[in-house]
Design a protein. Structure first.
Length: 267
């Protein structure tokens, strides 16, 4: 039986502590900020690689962004992914989640014969959690969300997905092809395979597709295809935590603490 084709959608994001917004355009400023693969997408890649290890699969990484994303994304090849496709065109710039998911869906259709699409649950910069659902909607595929682990059923025509919940877990079954979002920190992503690193970082071909390559409708991509409009920007008020030091023997400190908390608990 032919091995399944898994696509992992990955995003390069600025490090969370270095994110800035341009006050004029109200868009994220990448200049001066270090970039990394979105952490939840690394969890999604690890799930794909575990499926590959267990049953065999071809793992493709698909991303959208400028050319400088390429060397960052090559880490996924060093970890075990088989190939990397980058959707890169100035026409894609400024996309909100609707335009982004349309563009990614067109890329997935271009790849063809995809059995499973994996995404991290959300991005570290936008944190909308809309991309997995958006891709499923554009491709008219079933989806399961916030999953911790996956396994192929016999015959490779369906998946069993495990989702942790308070006090236990649920098992969901989904027929392929399907879209699955992986919960943040669902696993520990593996290190790079240093035997693959020379090939991954220097020799492996990265396929770059522009708008024409995926036959994307200009009305659905970039700023033009993005109905979301940022109309304002303000900094949230910072509330400093109250601090108070209690001194004395343990019994006295306990009594003082009880007196401080009593009115707060009775309000």
């Amino acid at each position: 039986m032919r091995e399944p084709h898994i696509v992992v959608c990955m995003k390069v994001v600025p490090k969370a502590e270095e994110i800035q917004v341009d006050p004029e355009t109200l868009l994220l400023k990448r200049e001066g900020a270090r970039s990394e693969i979105n952490p939840p997408d690394m969890n999604a890649l690890e799930v794909a690689l575990r499926l590959k290890d267990a049953r065999g699969a071809h793992v493709t990484v698909l991303s959208m962004g400028p050319p400088f994303f390429e060397p960052i994304l090559r880490m996924a090849l060093a970890m075990g992914a088989d190939d990397l496709h980058l959707l890169s065109d100035r026409a894609f710039a400024g996309a909100d989640t609707l335009a982004t998911t349309y563009t990614l869906a067109r890329g997935i259709e271009k790849l063809g014969d995809v059995g499973l699409i994996l995404c991290g649950e959300e991005s570290a910069d936008g944190a909308t959690g809309q991309v997995p659902a958006g891709i499923a909607a554009w491709l008219d595929l079933p989806q399961v969300t916030l999953i911790n682990s996956l396994e192929f059923e016999k015959g490779l025509r369906a998946l069993r997905a495990r989702r942790e919940i308070g006090g236990g877990y649920t098992i969901q079954r989904v027929h392929l092809p399907a879209v699955v979002s992986i919960k943040t920190a669902a696993n520990e992503p593996r290190f790079m395979d240093f035997r693959r690193k020379p090939w991954a970082m220097e020799q492996a071909e990265v396929v770059v597709w522009d708008r024409a390559s995926i036959d994307a409708d200009p009305a659905y991509i970039g700023l033009r295809g993005s109905p979301t409009v940022v109309v304002g920007l303000r900094e949230a008020e910072s509330r400093e935590r109250r601090q108070e030091r209690l001194d004395g023997p343990p019994e006295q400190i306990a009594h003082q603490l009880a007196e401080i908390l009593r009115p707060l608990l009775t309000e």
